[in-house]
Design a protein around this ligand. Structure first.
Ligand SMILES: Cc1cc2nc3c(=O)[nH]c(=O)nc-3n(C[C@H](O)[C@H](O)[C@H](O)COP(=O)(O)OP(=O)(O)OC[C@H]3O[C@@H](n4cnc5c(N)ncnc54)[C@H](O)[C@@H]3O)c2cc1C
Length: 411
């Protein structure tokens, strides 16, 4: 076990193993994750300063065989269940949310969506390559005029025989310019309902990356791009799930994605705690380490409390997801997982942002420099309160489960 695993994270894995089954295989997998995460620290920092996509992330994941952590073994993945998948993303969260975004999009929004909705041929074709790292996946729902309300999207498809021709634009797509295959959503031409999901190949004629969106306030090491499709031809074999039921595909992907982002936020909080522990015990002001000042300790207590309270919520959510995976026809369980994954993402992303803010505060003037180890957490975690469903959309979702469907704020 490396030094960084002998940490709160390792303690949590040990605590968890008293509550649920963490097998030797799971532990070995987490060992690999730990080594891969350690190997990414330097490149992630360098790329952050350069404000460039960290291409070492897929490279290192591939080297350790970790591109397909949650993909079933029969398709070449590790077959990790939701809890171990969450723990793996949590560990990468210590390196940064840029790494988490790459992984969450490739694994949760891309691979798990194909695994849940794809037919056998699609799973063999796409999952085996995604698991080996031969291909990278992305998920394209958002458009310039359709974010929180994906139903208002404009991208459409025309059907001719066994072919479909997709036209439209997708905005703010993580992994957009590095992905090989992308899960894309579109309406039948001239209609505002019956959305379908497709798996689109970036080599298809009519596909283009309009631009890399590099003017972001943070998350520099994650690729965010705008894509466009001009009569992009796909075949009927590329329809993902039942034609006309694409919104179900889109929402189920976000459910998995939210657990991933919440897990990554745990890692961010753990790194904030480790960083401030080191800094406040070595930085001396007023004749003593700043950690001996009570107001400094308050920040530390808040970071530790945020981490601990979010941690058990996220693990509980992952365990509920495991239960649901074993019984997907159980609609009440699906509703419960949907609700609790929204709460987990909402709570953990806000907690991580607050922790990062405290960490920057405790680093003082140096904390305000992006050369400090904590500034990136502050500017990166802000996006976790926006993507995969904003704070407000999560609040509406949770409130309507308390008040009842007749109180849903929008339909
Ligand atoms: C770095 C980054 C990466 C991303 N990656 C992806 C990706 O890989 N794939 C993808 O498809 N998308 C991606 N997104 C898009 C992201 O999911 C959307 O930005 C998000 O869903 C919000 O949509 P919007 O930006 O259009 O904001 P809007 O929907 O315009 O919302 C603006 C504000 O209005 C609020 N609001 C909207 N409707 C309501 C309502 N009914 N009630 C109360 N408040 C409301 C919102 O909460 C928000 O505060 C990414 C975004 C970013 C920034």
């Amino acid at each position: 076990m490396t030094a960084s695993m002998e940490s709160l994270f390792e303690r949590a894995v040990n605590d968890l193993s008293r509550l649920t089954k963490i097998t030797d295989e799971d532990r070995n997998l987490l060992e690999q994750v730990d080594q891969a995460a350690n190997e990414l620290v330097v490149s992630e920092f360098e790329k952050y300063i350069e404000r460039k996509f960290n291409e070492k992330v897929p490279e290192v994941l591939k080297k350790y065989g970790l591109m397909g952590v949650p993909i079933l073994k029969k398709y070449g993945g590790k077959g990790a269940k939701p809890l171990v998948h969450a723990l793996s993303i949590e560990r990468f969260g210590q390196v940064g949310l840029g790494v988490v975004t790459f992984i969450d999009v490739h694994q949760s929004l891309g691979s798990l969506t194909i695994q849940q909705w794809g037919n056998e041929e699609q799973k063999r074709r796409y999952l085996t390559k995604a698991a080996s790292g031969e291909t990278i996946l992305a998920y394209a729902l958002t458009e310039p005029e359709a974010g929180s309300d994906p139903a208002s999207m404009k991208t459409s498809y025309r059907k001719e025989g066994n072919s479909y021709y997709i036209t439209g634009s997708k905005y703010l797509i993580s992994n957009g310019s590095v992905a090989d295959s992308i899960v894309v959503f579109a309406y039948p031409e001239g209609q505002r309902k019956g959305m379908s999901a497709f798996i689109v190949d970036k080599k298809a004629a009519g596909f283009s990356v309009d631009m890399r969106l590099e003017e972001k306030m943070g998350l520099f090491t994650s690729d965010t791009s705008m894509l466009s499709f001009d009569n992009l031809q796909v075949s009927k074999d590329d329809v993902l799930g039942e034609e006309g039921k694409g919104l179900n595909v889109a929402y189920s992907a976000l459910l998995n994605g939210r657990i991933g982002i919440a897990s990554g936020c745990l890692g961010v909080m753990e790194d904030c705690l480790n960083q401030v522990k080191e800094r406040t015990s070595t930085r001396v002001q007023h004749g003593k380490p700043i950690g001996k000042h009570q107001l400094v300790q308050r920040h530390i207590a808040r970071i530790a409390s945020n981490l601990e309270s979010s941690r058990w919520l996220v693990y509980q959510t992952a365990l509920k997801k495991e239960q649901y995976d074993g019984n997907m026809s159980e609609l009440n369980l699906r509703g419960e997982v949907d609700r609790i994954s929204a709460i987990a993402k909402y709570v953990a992303s806000r907690a991580a942002f607050e922790c990062a803010d405290s960490a920057v505060q405790l680093f003082g003037g140096f904390g305000y420099s992006i050369l400090s180890p904590v500034a990136k957490h502050l500017i990166d975690t802000r996006v976790a309160r926006i993507y995969e469903g904003t704070d407000e959309i999560m609040e509406l979702k949770v409130a309507s489960t308390v008040l009842g469907r007749e109180f849903e704020a929008y339909s």
